[in-house]
Design a protein around this ligand. Structure first.
Ligand code: FEO
Length: 172
């Protein structure tokens, strides 16, 4: 059974994952409108992945005798100065999510909720992957600079960038 403190903290994270999904959906749409098809597809996939992160939390809360909440969400940014600034926002957002997961792990330990602590380890590992991917992308984007040919190739190749997916570990 979840304590009220843990339940509230997990519900807060459910909201953050839902907001992440919406933020990346907005990025996918922006990139699509700009004709950056590869980047757009990549961001649609990221958006889907955040939804799976959210659902995993929803299931966990409900299975442990809690009640998962669907909250009102803050609207994400829908326009970006450049695709570089879009990817900077992506990295900043993932760092924010990692901090939030770390806070949750801390609360789980304080509450001596070792089941939740164990469950959260999947998110700890996932955040390492996601931050690493965002940094790799940003490094490439910085290398390309204003080179149109480079952007063309990057947009073509970004879909090959493998990001750890929740779908890859359905049993977790
Ligand atoms: Fe679910 Fe990318 O944080």
């Amino acid at each position: 059974m979840l304590s009220k403190t843990i339940e509230a903290a997990l519900n807060k994270q459910i909201r953050i994952e839902a907001e992440s999904s919406q933020a990346y959906l907005a990025m996918a749409i922006w990139a699509e409108v700009k004709g950056l098809e590869g980047i757009s597809n990549f961001m649609y996939d990221q958006s889907d992945e955040e939804r799976t992160h959210m659902l995993k939390l929803v299931k966990f809360v409900n299975e442990r005798g809690g009640h998962a909440h669907v909250s009102e969400l803050n609207a994400p940014n829908v326009t970006f100065e450049s695709y570089k600034s879009m990817f900077e926002t992506l990295l900043e957002h993932e760092i924010f999510v990692s901090e939030s997961i770390n806070d949750l792990v801390h609360i789980a330990l304080q509450e001596k909720d070792y089941a939740t602590h164990n469950f959260l380890q999947w998110y700890v590992a996932e955040q390492i992957e996601e931050e690493a991917t965002a940094r790799t992308i940003l490094d490439k984007v910085k290398m390309i600079g204003d080179d149109k040919g480079g952007l063309y190739l990057f947009d073509r190749d970004i879909q090959q960038l493998t990001v750890s997916s929740a779908a890859e570990t359905p049993e977790d």
